[in-house]
Design a binder for this molecule. Structure first.
Ligand SMILES: [Mg+2]
Length: 266
């Protein structure tokens, strides 16, 4: 390849199956990428602590990755690892949350102020995983049942304070302005070595839109359950199947389109 490429990928529902978390159907494409020396970089909502485990179970994932929806970029090629917090640090989010909660006498509880056991109970994660999910650097999940009062009032106050709120079921996720597109920019800098790095990106949800929009080649995976989101993401191709099966097919098709791309990139 004349251009230098990296594959940046979401994990849950994209490289990993939505239900089983299996990634093995993507092995043929991962093998091709390995042979061509094209790195596979995770950009995920998971924390740095959770990613450390995943990197061990998926050996093809690069030592550089993005966590917490782009709020953190980690480079483990150096010792000690380099950690770039691109988003608003969790301590600042905690400060803002506690101030607004006190003003509104509101009921939410942040991950920072409860036990690992409580988070395990809320999320269904095993205790050790819950502990890792609690170790936040640039985001703050807040437990706030959908029917508990004051939810919308609270969200508006947080947004007025300049932060973002992602509402998902029983949790509100507080973060600053960094997104997966911000992480892509930093990863380009880290891997560029002075040469421009082109990016092929894959994702399945709204939190991947900024990643897909900033990429040179983008693939959106359809959801495993329920209807596909109707709105297109600029220039992204819709894969024919969800999860690692669609991932495998989309990457192999992309590699074919990049022909003549047989030589390994250096
Ligand atoms: Mg996903």
């Amino acid at each position: 390849m004349t251009d230098r490429w990296a594959v940046l990928t979401d994990l849950d529902g994209t490289l990993l199956d939505h239900d089983s978390y299996d990634w093995h159907p993507a092995e043929p494409a991962l093998q091709r990428l390995r042979a061509l020396n094209i790195p596979v970089i995770a950009v995920t909502s998971k924390t740095r602590a959770e990613m450390a485990d995943l990197r061990l179970s998926i050996p093809d994932l690069a030592l550089v990755f993005g966590c917490e929806n782009g709020g953190v970029v980690v480079d483990q090629r150096s010792k000690p690892e380099r950690v770039d917090v691109l988003g608003t640090p969790t301590e600042a989010l905690v400060y803002c949350f506690e101030r607004i909660r006190a003003e509104q006498d509101a009921p939410g509880l942040g991950f920072h102020e409860v036990s690992d056991a409580r988070v395990a109970q809320w999320t269904g994660l095993p205790l050790d995983q819950a502990a890792k999910a609690r170790r936040r650097e640039a985001s703050l999940p807040i437990y706030w049942p959908e029917d508990a009062p004051g939810r919308q009032f609270f969200i508006e106050a947080v947004e007025r304070a300049g932060l973002r709120v992602l509402a998902g079921g029983r949790f509100l996720h507080l973060a600053g302005s960094a997104d997966k597109g911000t992480a892509l920019d930093r990863i380009r800098q880290l891997l560029g070595d002075g040469r421009p790095l082109k990016v092929m990106a894959l994702g399945d949800s709204g939190n991947d839109d900024a990643l897909l929009a900033a990429a040179d080649w983008a693939v959106r995976l359809p959801p495993k359950h329920g209807p596909a989101r109707p709105e297109p993401v600029s220039k992204a191709i819709l894969a024919s199947q969800p999860g690692p099966v669609g991932w495998n097919e989309a990457v192999l098709q992309w590699l074919q389109r990049m022909q003549p791309a047989q030589e390994t990139q250096s």
